[in-house]
Ligand binder design. Structure first.
Ligand code: PXP
Length: 244
């Protein structure tokens, strides 16, 4: 039987649009509810140090109203660990965070900061939270993730997605092979294996076909598609109101 892959829908971009006007719409909580009702297995959100998109209020309300899983992406800082322990999402995904980056650029360097990550993992697991580490598909990082006690790894698919989007066929295949090898190793040593970043309607399939992958987290492409698909109805509704 074909395996079912969990889809985590990242709703950060909805909050980005809201924050562009410093107003209340579109509310990422509403987006989370719609994604939940549409069958998403998980709502994923990244509370950043600078709160550039979602914030504590969004996280707390989403945790309250979502009946599927909530996956909080965050940096391994004291402030964020305390927030996660207070709100208790189903899962925390530890990601690297640089203030100036547009989005999460590389995987978390677990091997280079084992003690710090181990302590964060322990505190989060003690609070009953599943801990996932967002890492590059790299053997050293995968083994380090196991060493620090993570439950799961999320393989960074950004390089694969970029090669695919640039139509670099050889590089795409090489990156895909790296992901396949990493997924095999992760599962072999007892980690749950997920993937995400830069996945689109066009490039997702080969990643979804990697047998060890049980969860994908996707944001940008879904929100981009939603804007275009919903625009026609939104324009028609406004025309109706101004002419009624
Ligand atoms: N997974 C992680 C760990 C991420 O940081 C992000 C981006 O916030 C995603 C998945 C989703 O990436 P995208 O928005 O490109 O689909």
């Amino acid at each position: 039987m074909k395996k079912r892959i969990r889809l985590g829908v990242n709703i950060d971009h909805v909050a980005t649009v809201r924050n562009a006007r410093r107003t209340f719409e579109p509310d990422p909580v509403h987006a989370a509810v719609i994604a939940d009702l549409a069958g998403a297995d998980q709502i994923t959100l990244h509370v950043r140090e600078d709160r550039r998109h979602v914030n504590e209020r969004d996280l707390k309300l989403i945790k309250e109203v979502i009946h599927s899983r909530v996956n909080l992406e965050m940096a391994a800082t004291e402030e964020m660990i305390n927030l996660a322990i207070e709100v208790k999402p189903h899962q925390v995904t530890l990601v690297p965070e640089k203030r100036e980056e547009i989005t999460t650029e590389g995987g978390l360097d677990v091997a280079g900061q084992k003690e710090k990550i181990k302590e964060a993992v322990e505190r989060l697991k003690k609070a009953g939270i599943v801990v996932n580490l967002f890492i590059d598909p790299d053997e050293e990082q995968i083994r380090a993730a196991k060493e620090v006690g993570a439950d799961a790894i999320e393989l960074h698919t950004g390089r694969y997605a970029e090669a695919f989007n640039d139509k670099k066929e050889k590089e795409t295949e090489e990156e895909l092979e790296r992901l396949r090898r990493a997924a095999r190793l992760g599962k072999e040593i007892g980690l749950k294996v997920y993937a995400g970043h830069g996945l689109t309607y066009k490039n997702v399939k080969p990643v979804a076909e990697i047998p060890e992958i049980e969860e994908l987290n996707i944001g940008h492409s879904i929100v981009a598609n939603a804007v275009l698909k919903g625009l026609k109805e939104a324009v028609q509704e406004m025309i109706k109101i101004i002419n009624s």
